[in-house]
Design a protein around this ligand. Structure first.
Ligand SMILES: Cc1cc2nc3c(=O)[nH]c(=O)nc-3n(C[C@H](O)[C@H](O)[C@H](O)COP(=O)(O)OP(=O)(O)OC[C@H]3O[C@@H](n4cnc5c(N)ncnc54)[C@H](O)[C@@H]3O)c2cc1C
Ligand code: SF4
Length: 342
């Protein structure tokens, strides 16, 4: 128990927090509900903004966790956290005592079936951005009947900025993901046309705006400001989409072989039970609310021994999630060992 810090979630943020705590002489224990560490990076192919293979980020982290002898418990879903930060409760009732807790439980992907009008789960060639990453990992993006697509449409903001599904936040990373994926399709099949339908193009990170320009100038991706309102199948196995170009105020109809839905980042499904048990606050969309938006963004407002790292509090990219792992670890260390509270 002495020096034990329970880390909920073994994605990049949780692993980075554990490595930092170990270096500081603490005993971090990673509790991961799945049977492997790594979180969503296990399913991504190449990462924006540098096209780095996700494995090149993940493998050194996994190796470091192993090499440092950090205790990892897989298949360990955490259901409760003590309001005083002195331990967690696992599914099944087992309790792990700790001196502090880092919540790095990440995010879940929006369930695209909830937006019925786009036909995910109904029409074979409607897929999500996460499905497309799996196809990129297999180095082929084909329609359900095995054809190379001649035209692909990519729709932004599916399950984000949407009051109807109670997800009012912007997921931040999906605009750049959609632009990256459009360029990757053009790299794979130069003959295939790619159209991105967006509400606003939000290129928030370093180099992202340049990638957006490059997608237009070099890769000839077509970006249309507009929403797709309805999708239906055609007799020859394609998809017909009703849409509108809101810049010129004209309704449009377009056929494509494949529609990619850029699904948003939603709060992890365990947030509610963790919040109720630990007396933690949730924001509007259901992500954890940190103490404040500035120096307290990895601290919990209610309790001095519970900390947040990564996408548990809001959508973030990998670099930001890693940085928060380090910051939360330092704060957890200080809460146990004392020291400056800056
Ligand atoms: C389609 C898409 C593509 C993306 N591509 C990029 C990219 O190219 N570049 C980039 O910088 N960012 C990208 N991102 C963002 C990136 O995925 C996140 O920044 C990163 O995964 C956040 O890491 P995390 O550790 O906070 O969360 P996660 O990766 O979600 O890991 C959280 C872990 O916690 C576990 N967990 C959850 N609840 C519990 C519980 N109660 N008990 C135990 N374990 C639990 C989960 O199983 C998971 O392993 C992308 C996001 C999306 C949606
Ligand atoms: S990042 Fe872009 S696609 Fe994602 S929710 Fe925000 S505006 Fe929509």
């Amino acid at each position: 128990m002495e020096n034990t810090i329970a880390i909920i979630g073994g994605g990049v943020a949780g692993m980075q927090a554990a490595l930092t705590l170990k270096e500081l002489g603490m005993r971090p224990v990673i509790l991961e509900r799945e049977e492997r560490l790594g979180g969503k990076l296990n399913t991504w192919d190449r990462l924006f903004p540098t096209w780095t293979p996700a494995r090149e980020v993940l493998d050194p982290l996994l190796e470091a966790v192993r090499g440092a002898g950090i205790e990892v418990r897989l298949g360990a879903a955490v259901e409760g956290v003590s309001p005083d930060g002195r331990g967690v409760t696992l599914a099944g009732g087992e309790r792990l005592a700790a001196e502090a807790v880092v919540v790095a439980s990440g995010f879940d992907l929006f369930d695209a079936r909830l937006k019925e009008e786009y036909g995910y789960g109904i029409y074979d060639n409607v897929i999500t951005s996460a499905d497309l990453e799996t196809m990129f990992r297999e180095k082929r993006v084909l329609t359900a009947d095995g054809r190379v697509p001649r035209r692909v449409a990519i729709l932004h903001c599916v399950g984000s900025r949407d009051e109807k599904v109670k997800q009012n936040h912007c997921s931040r990373v999906c605009c750049i993901t959609g632009v990256k994926q459009a360029m990757e399709i053009r790299e794979l099949y130069p003959e295939c046309e790619v159209f991105n339908f967006y509400m606003d193009m939000r290129m928030f990170g370093p180099g992202y705006e340049e990638i957006y320009r490059q997608s237009q100038e070099e890769y000839k991706v077509v970006h249309i400001r507009g929403r797709i309102s309805e999708v239906s199948p055609t007799l020859d196995g394609r998809l017909q989409m009703k849409t509108e170009d809101t810049l010129i105020g004209r309704p449009m109809k377009m056929e494509a072989d494949m529609l990619v839905l850029l699904v948003g980042m939603c709060p992890a499904r365990s947030n509610r039970s963790l919040a109720v048990s630990g007396n933690l606050s949730l924001g509007d969309s259901g992500f954890f609310a940190a103490a404040d938006a500035f120096r307290g963004n990895t601290r919990c407002g209610e309790n001095g021994r519970i900390f947040f790292a990564g996408t548990a509090t809001a959508p973030k990219n990998v670099g930001e999630s890693l940085n928060e792992g380090t910051a939360a670890a330092w704060q957890a260390y200080r809460s146990v060992k004392g020291g400056a509270s800056w």
